[in-house]
Design a protein around this ligand. Structure first.
Ligand code: ZN
Length: 359
């Protein structure tokens, strides 16, 4: 449903319509919300179709803050989105009205030092959807830079396209690992980020991925995604499984996707000599780091914060079928049911990987 600003084709004006608003910590409402958005000459206006519920959205709802980012005024949630272009700025040539698209939710400052060095995800001036004070996109439309808006081929569904944002994290992590064909990888955590990381590792040529979690339903989804075996760490030892699978050598890459302090403290145990650990899951408090365990394997350690330069590659892998995200989308809600969807998401229901809202 296109709303007034898009229908009227105004270059500037109040976009109106209902939005999912985090009024304050613990209080959500689906209500009319006006946003003043100007369509610049390099921008497009996008009617939102599908939005994924991310752990960060849920955390703002339950805690009102993530680190230094504190919700002080009502804020629209949602940053994993796909939609349709309804209006283009004068200078936009790569996109046209009617194009189906997904959007990269962070808009860096083009003159920032990190941006100019290519690390635009680390630009302190980045404006990222649903990170206070920037509104998210659980609303009828958004104005966004064309450069961060990516056209979808017909074969890529809106649901899969709204998963490109988390997939980008996994692809960025595998890129930072410098993974090679034939590697054995461990992925700790079978949530959305763990599973997209496993898929990205397989797409990069991993021979075998071993995924660990405590949720059997999520692990059974993982084992259906390809050359993946699983370990429920409440019943078996991850290190034992990895050593058994690698003749006692260990995994070439360990991707820590859980953010769990106990799991993350053990990352060097299943690693092979000279292997790589990539920290992806963000712990809520400082965690243990075993320097001696890392030293005796001369581990290389990488860290990931969001992603940069990977959306086009993600769309290409969905388009070709190299990656299929459909099994990760475990539940879909109507926009009217957004508040109930978030209430459910807060409870981390077993077996749910990615829940999405369709506008
Ligand atoms: Zn997300």
């Amino acid at each position: 449903m296109l709303q007034q600003a898009a229908r009227g084709g105004r270059m500037h004006g109040q976009a109106e319509g209902r939005a999912l608003v985090l009024e304050e910590k613990g209080r959500l409402s689906l209500r009319d919300f006006a946003i003043d958005e100007t369509l610049g000459e390099n921008d497009v206006r996008v009617a939102i179709h599908t939005v994924g519920i991310c752990g960060s959205d849920v955390h703002y709802y339950t805690h009102g803050a993530i680190g230094p980012f504190v919700v002080r005024e009502p804020m629209i949630l949602g940053h994993e989105a796909s939609g349709v272009v309804t209006e283009t700025g004068k200078a936009v040539t790569a996109l046209a009205v009617g194009d189906r698209v997904c959007m990269e939710p962070g808009i860096p400052n083009p003159t920032g030092r990190a941006t100019r060095q290519g690390m635009y995800n680390l630009d302190p001036g980045v404006r990222f959807w649903a990170t206070p004070p920037v509104h998210g996109v659980l609303r009828s439309s958004v104005v966004h830079p064309a450069d961060f808006t990516f056209r979808l081929p017909d074969t890529v569904s809106f649901a899969a396209a709204a998963m490109v944002e988390p997939l980008a994290v996994g692809v960025h992590a595998v890129t930072k690992a410098r993974a090679h064909p034939g590697h054995v990888a461990v992925v700790i955590g079978a949530g959305p980020i763990g599973l997209v990381t496993a898929l990205a590792a397989l797409a990069a040529g991993c021979a075998h991925v071993i995924v660990s979690d405590v949720d059997d339903t999520k692990l059974s989804i993982a084992s259906g995604l390809g050359a993946i075996s699983t370990v429920n760490v409440t019943k078996a030892s991850l290190d034992g499984a990895v050593m058994a699978a690698t003749g006692g050598w260990g995994a070439d890459v360990v991707y820590e996707c859980s953010g769990n302090d106990r799991a993350a403290a053990g990352v060097f145990e299943p690693l092979c000599p000279g292997g790589v650990v990539v920290y992806i899951g963000m712990p809520l408090a400082p965690i243990a780091y075993d320097v001696a365990a890392a030293q005796i394997k001369e581990a290389r350690v990488e860290h990931v914060f969001r992603y940069a330069h990977v959306f086009p590659r993600c769309v290409a892998m969905l388009a070709s079928g190299a990656i299929d995200l459909a099994p990760l989308i475990t539940r879909t809600f109507a926009f009217e049911d957004s508040v109930a969807a978030f209430e459910l998401a807060c409870q981390s229901p077993p077996g749910q990987v990615k829940m999405q809202i369709i506008l």
